[in-house]
Design a protein around this ligand. Structure first.
Ligand SMILES: Cc1ncc(C[n+]2csc(CCOP(=O)(O)OP(=O)(O)O)c2C)c(N)n1
Ligand SMILES: [Mg+2]
Length: 891
């Protein structure tokens, strides 16, 4: 064999490569890209068959997905749009700087919007559709970009200078602006809360799917509406942000567009200093089946890329890590020439005609409106999959010395005079040097080309965004008929509150008026709750219908999937289910459709696991019912530490507009749900409900006369003692599945201990607590008026005897009403870690069964000197209670 010197070999390789490339070019010219793709596919298969191990890559090169010659011509006036953008930039920065000048530490962010301005402005001027024409877009704005969104609304004339002045000062007269998107605080403006990072993306995914659901079920006409989710590259580290990205690809949700602002930085530093976040995200999204559009380089790079025949530049672009790219962003042109271009003399040669200044000014894709517009156009036109746009930008773009590209930029809220002047000059804002120290807001005249252009564009696109508006009409009063069956009890037959709920849900689904708008949501737990009959009754929603023969087709309750199915069966995914709950529970505003979601789940995996999404639901003014199934620390047997929920009602208490209940009986559930539908869908209150439902079965009694009001307020007397004249008296409170234990204790206390005890069903400690505090507050502020008396006090001020409460939740719940009782309360509850045991064993361990209610009552009577302490001792022994047993609260 002839010896080939390495140099000759390299030359031969180069010739060979060139020949292959030329052949490829020929096919490209003669047959087009599709033919090239087919050939490459076949070559790959052939190579694999012959043992060639091809490295896996989900990535494309580090260049724009849309090449310069694929670009369409962008409509509109680039010049006016640039001026508008500059004005928004200025006012956004000014509002943050001024807020912090007026009050040290008030906060706000300049650099996030500064990097995202083009991404938003192209959307506002060309894509985002308002709701006026009926098929508006749903847009999740990145929370920290809020100043830019306000600044635009100011230019549009929707908010005034006072509002800007009062950014983050909501208490100020004239109204302030909330720090971030909060529909709770600005219900006419913000539609979706996003600032808890990661929640925007997952809510957007399920919103896009819910839009399809509404269309497939005929609740809304088919539309071309899109869901846009703007997020930060750092935000994608939140598991919720990427955790659900396979769903929209699987469901072919081409109505969904993610725009990820890849400024390569987060709060502390680079997102991936030693790697490339864009390539990492591209691989993840492409792997999940998304259409990925990378917008990395601005137009100045196009001629250089056109010259890059040997791919040297593309290779160089792809080998720089993000930390280094950030360094280029803060360095001058000479540094970039030396360190980026200087890697190869041929690269240096490519830019020898450019000055250092020109090199420095070469923009990134996310700052170039033409590139961004083309990416958005590709996204809205793409069919069959969601699109993610990965746009490269510089954090703090335009801030220069005040923070552009620096690690400190995220929290930069101050600019000195010199920095302000530089910023003003860079963006051509007509503010004189003498004025600059005041950082004035600037809005051109009403009839200026900029303002007119903005207005015209928004008019053409269906009105302003964001703009929250309730677009539905209230439901008619719900008829009693649906609920009456539950008031009558079960005539001795045993049922659990879960069974009652499922029966009620099934009736609601059959109702002509309400049926179609009920949205049952369940995370792979329907069988646990005995809901499988609903599979057949209303079907499981699947856009594709059911393209297979279900294994249980021949059974009555088969797993029926249908394109007009009603149940959202979300798989083992409480976060996704909650996102669906939010989409369905806000449809009254977003889509003008009153859907009523019922989301039932293992109660432990609700507030505890996805509490922040529930918080977002509260902020979003979501309406609907959350049902904590298999709830209660001692009622769910056998499942042990993790599963047994004795906390969720305590968590629920902290959500200001969440109305929570721990119902014991069928009629309580019926009354609460009936009233809930009225309050939310007839009276349009921005509240939502949390009900715990249990799996213990017992006979459901008839509803006592006059109980309705008390059920809703939080307590009512379920059963008065048969011995009202007894010397020893007690008031016993029970809730949920523990109420039957309390009733049993009542009977024994009367028959064995001569204690006349009244039994109260406490349906909601939270409602009692809130009402009590509302009264106290009013009294505090109105010392001269007749005091308001809390409902608890009204119920119990004359009640004789001792007070004992037992619940399947932590003692903090009954303790919440203690202050309004005439004498102190004995609280029995389930503080501590759960255990695997049977129900009786658990109630013994947690000290909440009837025996502890008896002992608690006697102990309180002894405390008050009504009986001898020895009676308590004897009762402890008689009921086999070991006083030295471990304290469940701490073991
Ligand atoms: C769940 C959550 N954790 C932390 C924060 C605090 N935080 C706000 S912005 C930010 C950095 C954002 O970086 P990135 O997502 O890249 O957005 P950028 O501002 O760079 O566009 C952090 C950590 C938050 N808002 N939410
Ligand atoms: Mg970032």
């Amino acid at each position: 064999m002839r010896y080939i010197a390495p140099k000759d070999q390299a030359e031969l390789d180069a010739v060979e490569t060139r020949e292959w490339l030329e052949s490829l070019d020929y096919v490209l010219q003669s047959g087009g890209p599709a033919k090239v793709a087919r050939l490459l596919r076949e070559l790959t298969i052939h190579a694999r068959q012959n043992g060639v191990k091809l490295p896996f890559t989900a990535n494309t090169p580090y260049i724009n997905t849309i090449s310069a010659d694929e670009q369409a011509l962008m409509p509109g006036s680039p010049d006016i749009e640039r001026r508008i953008k500059s004005l928004v930039r200025w006012n956004a920065a000014a509002m943050v700087v001024r807020a912090n000048k007026a009050e040290e530490g008030i906060g706000g962010h300049i650099s996030t919007y500064a990097s995202a301005a083009t991404l938003y402005e192209v959307g506002f001027n060309h894509f985002f559709r308002g709701h006026e024409n009926g098929d508006g877009d749903v847009i999740f704005f990145q929370g920290h970009a809020a100043p830019g969104i306000y600044a635009r609304a100011y230019l549009e004339g929707r908010i005034d200078e006072t509002h800007l002045e009062n950014f983050r000062r909501e208490m100020k007269p004239g109204g302030g602006l909330s720090s971030y998107p909060h529909p709770w605080l600005m219900p006419d403006f913000w539609e979706y809360p996003t600032v808890s990072m990661g929640l925007g993306p997952i809510m957007a995914i399920y919103q896009a799917r819910f839009m399809r659901y509404l269309e497939d079920r005929g609740l809304k006409p088919k539309s071309n509406s899109k869901v846009w989710a703007f997020l930060g590259d750092g935000e994608t580290d939140e598991p919720e942000a990427l955790g659900a990205i396979t769903l929209p690809a699987r469901e072919k949700l081409d109505n969904l567009i993610f725009v990820i602002n890849c400024n390569l930085q987060r709060l502390d530093g680079p997102v991936r200093g030693n790697g490339q976040i864009i390539q990492e995200l591209e691989a993840a999204f492409r792997g999940a089946g998304w259409n990925v559009v990378k917008v990395l380089w601005g137009r100045e790079w196009d001629p250089l890329l056109a010259k890059d025949r040997d791919g040297l530049l593309v290779k160089r672009m792809g080998e720089i890590v993000d930390g280094q790219y950030q360094k280029y962003a803060v360095s001058d042109g000479a540094y970039v020439r030396e360190h980026f271009w200087g890697a190869d003399p041929r690269l240096l040669d490519m830019v020898k005609h450019l000055s250092d200044d020109q090199l420095k000014k070469m923009t990134l894709g996310g700052h170039d409106p033409i590139k961004v517009w083309n990416a958005y156009k590709a996204a809205v036109e793409f069919k069959g999959a969601p699109t993610v746009i990965l746009a490269r930008t510089i954090k703090g773009y335009g801030l220069g010395e005040a923070g552009e590209g620096k690690n400190i930029t995220h929290q930069q809220k101050k600019m000195n005079e010199e920095e302000l002047r530089a910023f003003r000059t860079r963006f051509g804002i007509p503010i004189a040097d003498s004025e600059i120290a005041k950082t004035p807001f600037y809005r051109p005249a009403e009839d200026s080309p900029e303002i007119k252009y903005m207005r015209e564009r928004r008019d053409a696109l269906g009105g302003f965004v964001p703009h929250r508006k309730v677009r539905s009409t209230p439901l008619k009063e719900v008829s009693n008929e649906l609920f009456e069956e539950f008031y009558k009890g079960t005539d001795g037959r045993k049922a659990s509150t879960t069974m009652v709920f499922v029966r009620l849900l099934s009736k609601l689904l059959r109702d002509k008026e309400l049926g179609p708008v009920v949205v049952p949501i369940v995370p792979d737990e329907a069988r646990t709750f005995g809901m499988e009959a609903l599979f057949r009754q209303v079907g499981i929603y699947s856009h594709a219908g059911q393209v297979y023969e279900p294994v249980d087709m021949d059974t009555l309750l088969y797993y029926k999937e249908a394109s007009d199915g009603q149940i959202l069966e979300e798989g083992i995914n409480e976060a996704g289910s909650m996102s669906s709950f939010i989409a369905a529970g806000t449809a009254y505003a977003t889509h003008g459709v009153n859907t009523i979601p019922f989301f039932i789940y293992y109660s432990m995996f609700g507030f505890q696991r996805i509490g922040d999404l529930i918080w977002a639901a509260a902020d979003s003014r979501t309406r609907g019912f959350l049902l904590g199934g298999t709830s209660g620390r001692t009622t769910l047997a056998g499942e042990g530490l993790q599963h047994q929920d004795g906390n969720s009602l305590l968590y629920a208490m902290a959500y200001p507009n969440c109305v929570s209940y721990d119902p014991a009986f069928a009629y309580e559930i019926a009354v609460i749900i009936q009233d809930g539908i009225r309050r939310m869908y007839v009276d349009q209150e921005s509240i939502f409900y949390y009900l715990t439902v249990m799996n213990e079965q017992y006979a459901m009694p008839v509803m006592p006369e006059g109980a309705r009001d008390g059920i809703l307020k939080g307590m009512y007397k379920f059963r008065a003692t048969g011995q009202p004249n007894a010397k020893l008296r007690a008031q016993l409170f029970g809730s949920g599945a523990i109420l039957p234990e309390v009733i049993k204790a009542q009977e024994i206390l009367e028959s064995k201990y001569n204690v006349g005890a009244d039994v109260w069903s406490v349906t909601s400690y939270t409602e009692l607590y809130r009402e009590g505090h509302a009264c106290e507050r009013w009294n505090l502020l109105h010392p001269g008026d007749a005091p308001h008396v809390p409902y608890v006090t009204q119920c119990l001020k004359e009640a004789p005897g001792v007070f004992v409460a037992a619940s399947d939740y932590v003692k903090a719940l009954p303790d919440a009403i203690d202050r309004w009782l005439p004498r102190p309360l004995v609280s029995l509850g389930t503080d501590g870690f759960g255990r695997s045991e049977n129900r009786a064993g658990l109630r013994d361990f947690f000290e909440v069964d009837y025996r502890y209610v008896i002992v608690g009552t006697l102990a309180a009577l002894a405390r008050d000197g009504k009986i001898e302490k020895s009676v308590v001792d004897q009762a402890i022994k008689a009921h086999n209670i070991n006083p030295e047993k471990v304290n469940p609260a701490v073991s």
